[in-house]
Structure formats: structure tokens, C-alpha cells
Design a protein around this ligand. Sequence first.
Ligand SMILES: Cc1cc2nc3c(=O)[nH]c(=O)nc-3n(C[C@H](O)[C@H](O)[C@H](O)COP(=O)(O)OP(=O)(O)OC[C@H]3O[C@@H](n4cnc5c(N)ncnc54)[C@H](O)[C@@H]3O)c2cc1C
Length: 401
Amino acid sequence: MKRERPNFIIVGSGISGPSLALFLKRAGYGVRLMESYSRPAEDIGGALQIAPNGMKVIRELGLTSEVSKIGTFSDEMIFRNHTGRVLAMIPNGSVSQFGESAIVVSRARFHLLLLEAAEKEGIPTEYGKKFSHAEFPLDGGVIAKFEDGSFVEGDFLIGADGNHSKVRSFLFPNFPKPEYTGILNAGGFVPAEVIPEKYSKRGPIHFTFGPEGFFGFAACGNTEDTSWMWWSNIPRDKEYTREEMNSLDDGAWKDKILEIHKGWHDPIEKIIRASSTILKGSVHDLRSLPEWGNDKVLLVGDAAHVMSPHTGQGASMALEDSHTLFSLLERSDSVQEAFRNFETIRRPRVERIIEESRRNGNRKKKLGPIACWIRDRILTLALPSFAKKGQDWMYNYEGIK
Ligand SMILES: Cc1cc2nc3c(=O)[nH]c(=O)nc-3n(C[C@H](O)[C@H](O)[C@H](O)COP(=O)(O)OP(=O)(O)OC[C@H]3O[C@@H](n4cnc5c(N)ncnc54)[C@H](O)[C@@H]3O)c2cc1C
């Protein structure tokens, strides 16, 4: 689309929003970001892995050096059972095969990095703008309306507003909603001093399966920033209501996590005890949204495809979405054609990952001693080849040729 460069309103300034805005702005499209947070969020909590496929997009954005300053390159995954017995040690991708390393970063720092990059490029970003609905004037374009009564006009609207997307529920009120997967998520950060010498090598991500639940930890941050991230998955059949979740105070939540991981190998209990703030949440996914948009509106990132975090691919998929959509816009005769092709190209890949993540999550549910023994045997024997096969297709992102 070389001649006219339309204007895009992007609702949501998480990962897909600013990354798409950067691609579009640099290519001369009109773009503005509308975010519901009242300011750039420094407290969005937790950490995430950006996999080699996501890092490929980071390179396309010219941000590899900035991201490497805030993250720890991850070269290995070490799987244990709760007694500390190593079940498998697997390379976390390889630069020679995938062109990039995986990196572990704090979500908040990564998010701020993208926002700063958008600001440097002069991309208008408005905070405190909670999308409520859109109108489509007969003479063309789209008007996005916000809960504070304000509105903005553009040619097209992108819903990049995450797993509980309001753009999605406005556009498709009767479509399926994200579904609780039977797992609660907790997480936080601790200083490096908490991590014993035996585990202190930066690079591996440590994964531990127990009879009930799962624990992971890894170095996060560059060499001067010594924090370590951790997360815990706790099976629970029934989802907590918002009220129940809010009524769980920090102490009660920490006790619950300690109870699940009681007696697990060092330094798991130590890490939990040393954490001052512990995040809490429920894990959802949305296996298949029947449509991702129409001629005027397109959903990207978690708004289009919510995946549980058990493959560590949500952020990388959001980045891939931005890059793919931008590439399609550059190659298509119309925005509508690019929107349609986007869904056709992206859907099989993301839905495969959603299923893979579900399967991985189900391995974290409660098991009896015999089932644990069987799981450990299977993981020891099969994980190396499973993980390699998984990485072969997941970590490989070539973009649009
Ligand atoms: C516990 C947990 C662990 C995870 N771990 C990993 C991992 O290791 N690796 C990985 O790749 N992914 C991980 N993910 C997933 C990853 O964080 C998401 O997939 C990714 O952030 C999706 O990016 P996005 O831009 O689509 O949405 P988001 O990053 O969620 O951004 C959406 C933005 O939209 C804004 N918004 C929401 N509603 C509105 C509205 N009505 N109006 C305006 N703005 C709005 C939000 O405030 C937010 O800023 C994890 C997720 C969770 C929950």
C-alpha cells in the first residue's frame, strides 16, 4: 500500500500496541495509542521470557541492544521434580538455529522500554483512555469512544487491549470469552543473595514439578541488576471470584503458596519467604475466537488469542502479530486485504500454541505418587525430544517473505 497511508487508532499500549505503532509510524502511517492506565505502568508486575522468535521482531524494531540491557539471556531449561532430582536439561533454543537468544525480562521494564521507544518516535500516546465502544460513520472511518466521554477519529481501529479486550467484547458480544484453565498464578522477584551458589549461574530457567503445582525461577535483569524472578502455578478447580481474590490478603496468599511448595527442594521456600510482594492471578485462555475483526477493526495480541503462559510465548506472539500485520500492510492493495490475510496467516500458529500451552498446564495439576512417578519417567525420557520439536516450530519465525 504505497500511495495513501491511513491512520490507525490503537487501543491498548501493552506489547502489541507500541510495537505495532513503532512499525507503522516509521513507515509513514498515522498512528496513535490510547491506553486505559492513567500513566505509563511501572507496576504491571511479574517477568516474562521473550523467546527467540519474539527477539527476531525486537531486532526488526532496532531494540535488541536496549532489551539486552534490561534482561538476562537464557540458554538452558532445567527441569526437576520437587525433591530436586533433575529430570531433563535442555538448551533454550540456540542462536545458530534460531538467530536469536531467549531473554528473561521484567514485564514492567520491557513495557516501559517500548513506551519510551514510542515516545522517542513522536507517537502520540494518551493515558486514562478506557475504550468503551466505536462508531462507524457512513462516510467512512471509525470513531473510538472512551469511558471519560472523549473520542478520537481514525481510518481503522486496532484492538491491542489484552486478554479481557473491550474492543473484542464490543465487536463480538456473543463470542466465547477467555476460559479459566484450572490454575492460579503467583510470582515475584527476589534479590540475588537469596539464590544459593548451586543455582546462581545466570542463564538457566529452573522448572520444578511437584505432586501439586509447579515452580519456576530464573535470573532476570542485566549483570548490574541482580533480581531473580519466580512464578508458581497452583491447581484449583474453581476460579476465585474477584471478591475472593481481593479478600486474600498478602499474608494469606504467601501462606497458601508456601503450603503448596512445602518441603520442595532448595531454594524454593526461601524464595517465597523472601518475596515482599507476591502477584496473584488466574490463568485463562481462549482456544479459538471465530473471527478476529472486520473491514474496519482488527484484534491483535491477547485480544485475538489468549494463551496460558505455559509455553512462554504470549509476548512473542504479540510481537510477531505486530510485525506480520505491518508486513502485510506494506504488501497489500488495501487494509481490508491485509486484515483478512493477517487472520488467515496467524490463526493456525497461535491456536497451535494455545493448545500446547494448555497441555503443558495440565501437567501441573494434582497427581498421586504413582502418577507423579510416571510423569517424572515420561518427562525424563521424552522431554528432550518433545522440547526440541516444540522449539523447532515455535522459535522459528521467518515473517512474511
Ligand atoms: C502470569 C503471566 C505470565 C506470563 N509469562 C509470559 C512469558 O514468560 N512469556 C511470554 O511471552 N508471555 C507471557 N505472558 C503473556 C504476555 O504477558 C501477554 O501475552 C502479552 O502481554 C500480550 O500483549 P498484548 O499487547 O496483547 O496485551 P497486554 O500486554 O496485556 O496489553 C494490553 C494493554 O491494553 C490496555 N487496556 C486494557 N483494556 C483497555 C481499554 N478498555 N481501553 C484502553 N486500553 C486498555 C491494558 O492496560 C494494557 O496496557 C504471561 C502472562 C501472564 C498473565
